[in-house]
Design a protein around this ligand. Sequence first.
Ligand code: FMN
Length: 403
Amino acid sequence: MTVDADNARPAPRALFTPLTLRGITLNNRAGVSPMCTYGARDGLVSDFHLVHLGRFAFGGAGLVIVEATAIEPRGRISHHDLGLWDDAQLDGMRRLATFLSAHGAVPGIQLAHAGRRASVREPWFAGAPLDASDAAAGWAPWPVVGPSAIPAGPDWPLPHALDAHEIADSVAAWAAAATRAAAAGFRFVELHGAHGYLLHSFLSPVSNVRDDDYGGDALRRMRYPLEVIRAVRAALPDDVVLSYRVSAVDGILDGGLGLDDVAEFARHAVAAGVDVIDTSSGGISADRSTDTRVRRGFAFHADFARELKARTGAIVACVGFIVDPEQASRLIEDGDADIVLLGREMLDDPNWVHHARRSHADDEFDHWEPRYGSALGPRLGALRRLADAGETPLTRFEQPARL
Ligand SMILES: Cc1cc2nc3c(=O)[nH]c(=O)nc-3n(C[C@H](O)[C@H](O)[C@H](O)COP(=O)(O)O)c2cc1C
């Protein structure tokens, strides 16, 4: 970590070092992690999504990854997920990707299939599986699918185990969604291979007890995710980056995947065409009595990210309670990760990247949207003059420490 001698402010330069991958250049290493907002009807982008995600581009994020977007209707988590299973969903997505690009962020999207964890209520209704009471209100549950007929937890629906033909159809649906994502203008396409969703559920012995080509030993459990990766890579133009979010550990008391298993899968994933491994954890079970979540300390996936980077040689993204610019820069400088993703921190402060830059740089407003920057520069000068004159700032947001 370098320090500016004049004022001893830390200089988190690594965070602001551009990164070029295939046809994209991230202006900085801070991205917005995919976060479901459950605001879509029929999978369609709404004004809400444009404003919600557009704020992060205004706020200087190098990469904005659109929330888990279903590749087919039964792969939605809830009735209100975004989707890319239909050409009718292209226009809204195109508007979104164009807007993000126009404001300096690389437009990314996470493609997803919730598998046996599909058909649930929104988190503000406790995220429980839909039931007859929801059906009475017009939000009926739907049949869920997985590698084996094993529910995600007590009181969760029994998934239909996909047969070989259905698996082939599913691989094609991933590829079709990826084709649409690229056509809409997304330049970073992530596959949601974590949190117990369909791809993860094929990989883990907790949820996959098949005895055919798609289950049994570790290599067979990898087969479906690797087929999806190859099909998606083939569907994407060369200049589009392919990312894959893993759960680095299953986080379950008995029998789940550990870091060694996931690192081995990640090596195969990279060989099959993945450019970026995005490091998350857990989610294979919805049974709280066997769930052993990774402790939520600061940067709680950093050790996993570091290992995955060392063992795959891939570009690695890390997410999980990254809140501070110095901390974020250190993760990059120390070789834990190449990209830091922030979720809730960005919800709290969509201008996090601009604020991070201001914490060490003098070109305080050069990187802001000019309509904001041209007003905020003079405002900052006025605030400093008042502070020098000993005038007490009026609000807690204008304390000298924040200037
Ligand atoms: C509201 C919300 C929605 C989320 N939706 C997704 C999602 O769509 N896909 C995903 O992979 N992770 C999702 N996550 C997990 C985040 O991407 C992120 O990994 C997690 O919040 C930890 O990062 P943080 O501490 O910076 O928030 C979600 C998290 C939150 C809080």
